[in-house]
Design a protein around this ligand. Structure first.
Ligand code: HQG
Length: 181
């Protein structure tokens, strides 16, 4: 069952963050999809999901990647989008003194030149603690953890947002706010 949950979570990440067109759909401006339509379109594209399974994925997902709308009819991803112009309706939020970004050593020379860029996603993703940043980095190899002077960066006029699942988001991190390992 766990395997099914993980596989379905990955499928939902693909559809709700990156490629709704994979099942012939389009996210609404705030990133939502109607759940009944999602289930129907997924089935048409060879992916059988029940409402019960979808609810279980939302409830048990390790990073709480998904939210249901208040009326329970729609679902969206909490962060991580590459679909352009998704408005998650997040308010600018004052960050803590420091935040963390997990990356790998081969990216460091480029980050030292350019700062942190959002690449294919809509934001740079930052973690509230070193442990989470380490897990993010381990997806790619041996972790290199950057410390971000987020309070100073905020004081200099950069906006921060906190996603519904606790990921800090910003547009870019200029190199002067990064402490390298
Ligand atoms: C790197 C996962 C060279 C950056 C995670 C990262 C996270 C640069 C990669 C979420 C660079 C982008 C996001 C520059 C940034 N030169 N490399 N100037 N600027 N990079 O996946 O932060 O499981 O888009 O260090 O847990 O790794 O999907 O971002 O290595 O929360 O829910 O470019 O994705 O969550 O990679 O991960 P990503 P990320 P999920």
């Amino acid at each position: 069952m766990k395997k099914t949950l993980v596989k379905t979570g990955k499928f939902l990440s693909l559809v709700l963050r990156h490629k709704p067109e994979a099942i012939g759909m389009q996210l609404d401006p705030e990133g939502w999809l109607d759940i009944d339509a999602l289930i129907q379109n997924a089935a048409k594209h060879g992916k059988a999901i029940t409402l019960e399974l979808l609810h279980e994925v939302v409830a048990t997902n390790d990073k709480q990647r998904f939210s249901l709308s208040d009326d329970g009819l729609r679902i969206r991803a909490n962060q991580g989008h590459s679909v352009p112009d998704v408005n998650l309706e997040l308010s600018p939020t004052v960050p803590p003194h420091e935040l963390f970004h997990g990356t790998v050593s081969q990216f460091l020379p480029s980050i030292q030149r350019q700062g942190l860029l959002k690449r294919s996603r809509n934001h740079v993703h930052l973690s509230a603690d070193r442990e989470t940043a380490t897990k993010v980095a381990m997806r790619r190899g041996k972790p290199a953890i950057l410390v971000i002077a987020s309070e100073t960066m905020h004081d200099s006029g950069h906006e921060f947002f906190l996603s519904a699942n606790g990921v800090w988001l910003t547009d870019a991190v200029p190199v002067e706010f990064i402490v390298f390992p």
